[in-house]
Write a new protein. Sequence first.
Length: 195
Amino acid sequence: MADPVEDIIGDYRAFVAHQHDRLATRGIDITPYPLSHLAYRVPEWGQYLHVRTLLERHATANLENVWNGRPMSKILLAQPLVVLEHALVPLIELIPPVHQRVYRMGLEHLGVVVGDGVEEFSRVHRRALTGQQFQSPDNEPYYVLFEDFTHVKFYRRSLRDVCELEGARFDGFRHVDDWVPQRIVTATGPDPLPR
């Protein structure tokens, strides 16, 4: 059977299975936890708009807002993706061109909801974790960064729950209409990003 979302973002089942297996070798089993989202990164603004349009055909809502200086989409799928035999991924975070460092393009991270036990989880798995991000007061995931620049992030709440806690609603398709792509200037000048 054809999978239109896989046609857009690639083999997400293999991506999640690979992340699952790599975590298992570090002593972390994610099978008891619900999944929050998959993040998919694109290198060009035009590609972001194209992929957003394609994914929205298979979604019930898109909450797009500006974060770290550029729009990002949280796309609520009409049918959650099934991975690891029975786990569901309800949301795709679509991320446009990079803002501060080297990132993996394509499938970039998997979000796992640990729940209120996330602090204890971080203590138990301290040696396996790479660090913690401070994205907002309601969203401070721990993460593992792999050698290929992909991640798994461990959250107290799902990305959807965090957005709703902060007052957002997933009711239709909301786009940032007045944003203009910025020219990236680095410490060495306005050099284009490597391809």
